[in-house]
Write a protein that binds this ligand. Structure first.
Ligand SMILES: NC(=O)c1ccc[n+]([C@@H]2O[C@H](COP(=O)([O-])OP(=O)(O)OC[C@H]3O[C@@H](n4cnc5c(N)ncnc54)[C@H](O)[C@@H]3O)[C@@H](O)[C@H]2O)c1
Length: 255
């Protein structure tokens, strides 16, 4: 085994990726598979393309139709993974949505929907996986998807519900990290800046033009540029890292 495999390799590990049907989840799922993990894509809709990409990369992946906001749906997925693969070692808790709306125009239904998917959904998945890790003595790693929006307020688009949900994800991460530290379960978050995915690429060009001067690197990130940080958090390399928020944002939050 090479030195890098020894530090960052995931052979023999079972990894869940929520929201892995497209975007960041899809790209990171392929990265985790290439590092050796067996992947379970938990997504609301089909994830055939992700499964094909992982197979083409020589990896092993499965899809389970799951809505992260429904506890019964998540519990059923966890039970299926345990029956098929016998463990859950890594969770990339990535499924999320964003709505751009002025606060005065935001319906309470929209606000609740964003909190439900981004915060409560991540809690449901993290808790279900954490319970299994605790019961089975698995020293697992849970990586919650936050965002730079959990630390700063984006402009010029207003997205109060999203920003609030991601700030809460960062503190939920710290809370779970402390609660489960003695059980050797690590919980960290990752906070990307603007990443070119369907969530952000479909946004109007005028909005993206407004973002560029605000990003010190003057470009959006590629989903592939998140893989190394997530590999670090998923692997034994980060054995003493828990409760951290890793920011990958082209220096946006520095200024
Ligand atoms: N793209 C960015 O610029 C950016 C920046 C920072 C953080 N993020 C976060 O990264 C994550 C992924 O973003 P993306 O850009 O790849 O988004 P995306 O819209 O391209 O993909 C989101 C995925 O989540 C799935 N999903 C949504 N609701 C779900 C639910 N209730 N249950 C199961 N699956 C569900 C969708 O089907 C889709 O496959 C989100 O949490 C997002 O907030 C994105």
């Amino acid at each position: 085994m090479s030195y890098l495999d020894d530090l960052f390799g995931l052979s023999g590990k079972v990894a869940i990726v929520t929201g892995g049907g497209q975007g960041i989840g899809q790209v990171v799922a392929v990265g985790l598979a290439r590092a050796g993990a067996e992947i379970y894509i938990l997504n609301r809709s089909q994830a055939d393309e992700t499964l094909q990409l992982i197979a083409a990369a020589g990896g092993k992946a499965h899809f389970i139709a799951t809505d992260v906001t429904e506890e019964a749906s998540v519990d059923a997925a966890m039970a299926q993974i345990l029956a098929q693969s016998g463990a859950i070692d890594i969770v990339f808790n990535n499924a999320g949505i964003c709505i751009h709306e002025d606060s005065l125009a935001t319906s309470i239904e929209d606000f609740r929907r964003v909190i439900d998917v981004n915060l409560t959904g991540e809690f449901i998945v993290a808790r279900a996986a954490g319970r299994i890790m605790l019961e089975r003595g698995i020293a697992g790693s849970i990586i919650n998807m936050a965002s730079m929006s959990g630390s700063i307020v984006n402009i010029p688009q207003w997205q109060c519900s999203y920003n609030a949900s991601k700030a809460a994800v960062i503190h939920m991460t710290r809370s779970l990290a402390a609660e489960w530290a003695e059980a050797r379960i690590r919980v960290n978050s990752i906070s990307p800046g603007y990443i070119a995915t369907p969530m952000s690429v479909d946004t109007p060009q005028a909005l993206k033009d407004a973002w560029m001067p605000l990003i010190p690197m003057h470009r959006m990130g590629k989903p592939e540029e998140l893989i190394p940080a997530i590999l670090y958090l998923a692997s034994d390399a980060s054995g003493y890292t828990s409760g951290s928020d890793v920011i990958v944002d082209g220096a946006y939050t520095c200024v």
